[in-house]
Design a protein. Structure first.
Length: 159
């Protein structure tokens, strides 16, 4: 589960009350440490993104004023998982190319709900590894600059 044991702030873009209820029931049943904020439209989700920091976003593919894909550029570093009832390979590939962390299909049996906590954890782990990679690269670049500076202060030896 949530390895840092803090409450995950989850943005859920979902216009269907039944589907939103199923996710809330999952969180309750599995005692997931999630605080879910529901947006029913893309414009509502954008408003929430300006008001609150989220750790992860669960985005329905189709809502009345657009698609969860429309929000991917606004999420910046927030991992986004696209959830759709009408999934196909082309949609999944498009979502991943646009920056989604993962893509789940709402199946009638609700199997996607069993996968959701693991997918959330994996998305957060990938984000953490990416952030660590960026920090290491920045540290490396800083050390290289310092090394160049030190080398430039050492008089060259002439034989």
């Amino acid at each position: 589960m949530n390895s840092e044991n803090k409450t995950l702030q989850v943005l859920l873009l979902e216009d269907d009350d039944v589907d939103a209820g199923r996710i809330h029931a999952l969180v309750s049943k599995k005692a997931l440490n999630y605080e879910i904020t529901v947006a029913r439209t893309c414009s509502n989700a954008l408003e929430l993104l300006r008001l609150k920091d989220f750790d992860v976003a669960l985005l329905d593919f189709h809502v009345p004023d657009g698609s969860g894909l429309d929000l991917l550029t606004e999420l910046k570093t927030i991992p986004a998982i696209i959830i759709t009832g009408k999934g196909d390979v082309e949609s999944a590939v498009r979502a991943l190319k646009l920056g989604a962390s993962d893509f789940l299909i709402k199946d009638i049996s609700g199997m996607y709900l069993h996968l959701l906590p693991q997918v959330v954890e994996e998305s957060l782990a990938r984000k953490k590894m990416y952030q660590e990679k960026v920090e290491i690269e920045q540290e490396r670049d800083q050390l290289l600059m310092e090394l160049k500076q030190i080398k430039s202060q050492i008089p060259s030896e002439r034989a």
